[in-house]
Write a protein that binds this ligand. Structure first.
Ligand SMILES: [Zn+2]
Length: 321
């Protein structure tokens, strides 16, 4: 939030605790001038600076979501249990080796693939010879299903539900959902799943049906279902000092591909690294972090500065939902 500041005046906006008189006795050998200075810095000066930096960064910027690379989670089946050699074009882990790959700020992502713990299959098998592994019909069947049991988090709405299937000629797939312990499967729609959320349903069953006309034709295949929940969507003002002029016009003109752009952002975003990227809320443009420095004297983070570059169409960052 912005506060009015009178030009030329220093207005203290932040006080921490009581201001008891501090005994200062230079002749006393227990007096610790360094400790005193440090205390003043950590308890008064830096918290003030942190708040003022935040105010300054909030004057201008582009609201942006952060996508952070996953550092834990299930290993992806694209990499033969060798975590360090994931397939860079894999759509299950987006080349990270961890199922799901990235987390969007304020959203929860669940990826239902062959490694998902709560699943059952009928007339469907997992083919371990393709990387990432996929589901396909039992060779003698023309129809089969995979059912995933999916907990519904406390959230505002369902943001994404994407099925990654391949359907050769004369094959098809369908997606159904039903509340937990109900057999009332209906076509999966945004409205229906949002009605589960609003109705307090804590778990749903998600069923993918694979079909083909006869057993002589190639089977349709399913690699995974990508589900994302809007828990508390959180965007941050990404300050791009050299692009600020375009804000007034509402335009966001990206520079040429691979040109880096200076950026600044509040400490409130939490951890950031060069493995993460931003998405401009308004345009959907994605900016990969190429350099990042936290300004954190005595471990108090005053914000970050660094640089970003536009993501190109042929990069994996572009295919992340
Ligand atoms: Zn993968």
């Amino acid at each position: 939030m912005l506060r009015q500041r009178q030009k030329g005046c220093v207005i203290r906006t932040h006080t921490t605790g009581r201001r008891d008189p501090v005994r200062t006795d230079p002749l006393d050998s227990t007096f610790d001038p360094e400790g005193y200075v440090r205390k003043t810095a950590t308890e008064e000066l830096l918290p003030d600076a942190q708040e003022m930096t935040d105010d300054a960064l909030n004057v201008a910027g582009f609201p942006a979501y952060i996508y952070r690379k996953r550092k834990c989670g299930r290993y992806c089946s694209c990499n033969d249990k060798h975590f360090y050699t994931p397939n860079s074009e894999c759509l299950v882990c987006f080349g990270t080796g961890r199922v799901g790959g990235y987390d969007k700020s304020g959203f929860q992502t669940d990826v239902l693939d062959v490694s998902y713990p709560k699943q059952s299959k009928y007339n469907v098998i997992i083919n371990p010879n393709v990387k990432p592994n996929h589901y396909e019909l039992n060779p003698v069947k023309i129809e089969g299903v995979v059912v995933f049991e999916v907990p519904i988090p406390k959230c505002q709405y369902i943001d994404k539900l994407i099925c990654y299937v391949s359907t050769p000629k004369n094959t098809s797939f369908e997606m159904f959902v039903a509340p937990e312990s109900s057999n009332n499967f209906q076509p999966a729609t945004r409205e229906l799943i949002n009605s589960y959320i609003n109705g307090g349903v804590s778990k749903m069953q998600l069923q993918v049906t694979l079909k083909r006309d006869n057993t002589t034709i190639e089977s349709p295949t399913l690699t995974h279902v990508y589900v994302r929940w809007a828990v508390s969507p959180q965007s941050f003002l990404l300050n791009l000092p050299n692009l600020t002029k375009s804000i007034a016009g509402g335009d966001f003109q990206l520079p040429d591909i691979f040109e880096t752009i200076e950026m600044e952002i509040t400490h409130k975003v939490g951890e950031l690294s060069t493995e993460d990227f931003f998405e401009i809320v308004k345009t959907g443009d994605r900016l990969k972090i190429t350099e990042i420095t936290a300004h954190d004297p005595i471990h108090i983070n005053l914000g970050y500065s660094g640089s970003v570059r536009p993501v190109t169409d042929f990069e994996v960052y572009k295919s992340i939902p």
